[in-house]
Design a binder for this molecule. Structure first.
Ligand code: SAM
Length: 337
């Protein structure tokens, strides 16, 4: 059967950018407490009725895929592996026509056990977050002694075929900024693709400080001490990561430099929070309530129209450099990273 084309157009903003990549947060809760993300005691979590149910999530993803031209769906959180309905959601999203590519961003805890079932349900690949290879450091940074589980999760994902397995690392000054070459060595040895992410002003504690963040230039300088890096000739497209070939390739390493080398002009993302709010940007200060419309009986065409209207409000850039920049009220964990 040939794939049916989207019937009601696309998600296009005032600047002509088209969103094809949907990030869906499945929960705002997490089983780690990374110091740069949330406080030790956690956050005031969304209450049960506020959260979209599994069927509501699938319905909104279906609207995005079938009516709005979304071709990539990334599940995230919070920690998406702790959502009980994850396998059901994946199975139903993988059955959509046209079938989107499906990925998941996770801290890797529990992935060793879950990977085969996730793969069987239709998950294509994973991004696993790992900021340090040192167990004591990991325990201080995440406030949980779970490095062994994360490493097992990575290996389990590769064995289950959730490839390419990508590793996301955030470097912080005086915490793990000496670890870039070791993280790359680890990724190369295991066949994972490593991406460094510049730390962004999205922490719940509002502790981000531009002067102390580790920049893409610093990360590259640190890697260059150990590896020969050359710009990747492959077309970057809308990918957030700028990539370099390591030792002439084919292995690559990427840097997502949202702060010092913003790529908003090529952004193709739209976001759905676990409580059914559409966000046109990670840094948006406004949201559009699809949950309310859905529960009030809106049909799919109406949901699609609302999503398109939200997209038209997308700003040209995230504005971190603007003196009037305001950090969004929701932290990264509640938006979906
Ligand atoms: N729990 C999952 C995980 O650990 O991958 C998914 C959610 S987590 C918020 C997604 C990614 O956002 C992780 O790689 C994490 O390191 C990153 N992250 C969290 N806060 C960040 C910040 N302020 N700046 C940059 N990345 C951040």
């Amino acid at each position: 059967m040939t794939a049916a084309p989207p019937t009601e157009g696309v998600l296009v903003d005032r600047y002509g950018r088209v969103a094809r990549d949907l990030r869906v947060s499945l929960t705002d809760k997490c089983n780690l407490r990374c110091t740069y993300c949330m406080p030790a005691e956690g956050l005031p979590w969304l209450a049960g009725p506020q959260l979209l149910g599994d069927d509501e999530i699938v319905r909104l993803v279906r609207v995005a895929v079938e009516r709005l031209g979304v071709t990539e769906v990334r599940f995230t959180g919070g920690e998406p592996l702790i959502r009980p309905g994850l396998v059901k959601i994946l199975t139903e999203v993988a059955a959509l026509t046209p079938r989107p590519r499906i990925s998941l961003t996770t801290n890797g805890i529990g992935l060793a056990r879950l990977a085969p079932a996730l793969r069987a349900a239709g998950l294509d690949r994973v991004n696993v977050s790992l900021d340090t290879l040192d167990r004591d450091r990991f325990t201080r940074l995440t406030r949980r002694d779970r490095l062994v589980d994360v490493l097992a999760g990575l290996a389990g994902a590769a064995t289950a075929g959730l490839t390419p397995v990508k590793v996301n690392s955030v470097l912080m000054r005086g915490v793990n900024d000496d670890e870039a070459p070791a993280l790359l060595r680890f990724a190369l040895d295991h066949g994972y693709e490593l991406r460094f992410i510049e730390q962004m002003p999205l922490d719940a504690q509002h502790g981000w400080d531009r002067a102390s963040m580790v920049t893409a230039d610093e990360i590259l300088a640190s890697l260059a001490g150990a590896y020969a890096l050359t710009p990747d000739p492959a077309e970057r497209g809308a990918a957030p990561a700028e990539t370099w070939l390591v030792g002439g390739g084919p292995a690559r390493v990427g840097v997502i430099a949202s702060v010092t080398r913003p790529f908003c002009g090529d952004c193709d993302r739209t976001r759905l929070t676990a409580d059914g709010q559409v966000r046109a940007c990670l840094f948006a200060t406004d949201e559009s309530d699809l949950r309310g419309a859905l529960r009030a009986g809106a049909d799919d065409a109406e949901l699609a129209r609302r999503w398109q209207a939200a997209m038209r409000g997308k700003r040209a850039g995230h504005g971190i450099d603007d003196p009037a920049f305001l950090q969004p009220a929701r932290p990264m964990s509640a938006i979906g990273g």
